[in-house]
Write a protein that binds this ligand. Structure first.
Ligand code: G3P
Length: 222
């Protein structure tokens, strides 16, 4: 399973990439709005994406703001021109699905975002989205804990059953358990906030085990 960082914070992205385990980045307009560096340096959004692309070897999802079909396609083309790393993030709407088809014909990869049902995932896969992004945490927030993961599993099954080439990119990840369950059900990618990526390295038994090894070695030396 590929691991992406879900962030638009340059420092956080740099730190995550530095660990050597990050395969890509997903951003969204809310994450961009939170990014202090973008606001302080008053960079254009395109220049900001260029900066992010320069930090990672893998895919960087950049979202269109337009909501009508033609404007989405135009904006998608502009975003894709920034770098070959860019994957154009398109919301799951009727216009979005049509735009995904057109962008695919133009050789532009897309990430269909804001997916909350198997039907939506099926439509995005049929339209030719390169990635489809079910939102785990937000689905749990709106209903019952566990609904988000169940959806990821159902989508993985449907994609596998019909042999769609689309990759399931699990988003809105809030915990270590979410990432682990994504790996168990066969999601292609999990995009995680920095804190979750950091938590993946840790286990209390690793800490106590290492402490003991080091103290035993110090004793063995004397
Ligand atoms: O990038 C989209 C997604 O990961 C958003 O997560 O935590 O805002 O629901 P969240």
């Amino acid at each position: 399973m590929k691991l992406f960082i879900d962030s638009a914070d340059i420092e956080e992205i740099k730190q995550a990439v530095d660990t050597g385990i990050v395969d890509g980045v997903t951003t969204n307009p809310s994450l961009l709005a939170k990014s202090k560096i973008a606001r302080q340096n008053k960079l254009s959004v395109h220049d900001y994406y260029e900066k992010i692309c320069a930090l990672v070897g893998g895919d960087v999802s950049a979202e269109v703001i337009a909501t009508d079909y033609s404007a989405m396609v135009e904006e998608g083309r502009e975003l894709a021109n920034i770098s070959p790393n860019i994957v154009v993030k398109v919301p799951m709407t009727q216009a979005g699905i049509k735009a995904i088809g057109t962008l695919k014909e133009a050789g532009i990869r897309t990430n269909c975002t804001l997916i909350f049902s198997v039907s939506q995932a099926l439509l995005a896969a049929k339209a030719g989205a390169f990635y489809i992004s079910p939102f785990i945490g937000r689905l749990d927030d709106a209903g019952q804990i566990g609904n988000g993961m169940q959806l990821v599993e159902q989508i993985c099954d449907v994609v596998g059953y019909y042999g769609f080439t689309t990759q399931v990119l699990a988003a809105s990840i809030r915990s270590l358990q979410h990432v682990e369950q994504c790996a168990e059900v066969g999601a292609d990618v999990a995009t995680c906030p920095y804190g979750v990526l950091e938590a993946m390295f840790k286990h209390p038994l690793t800490d106590t085990g290492l402490k003991k090894f080091l103290s035993d070695y110090a004793e063995a030396k004397d």
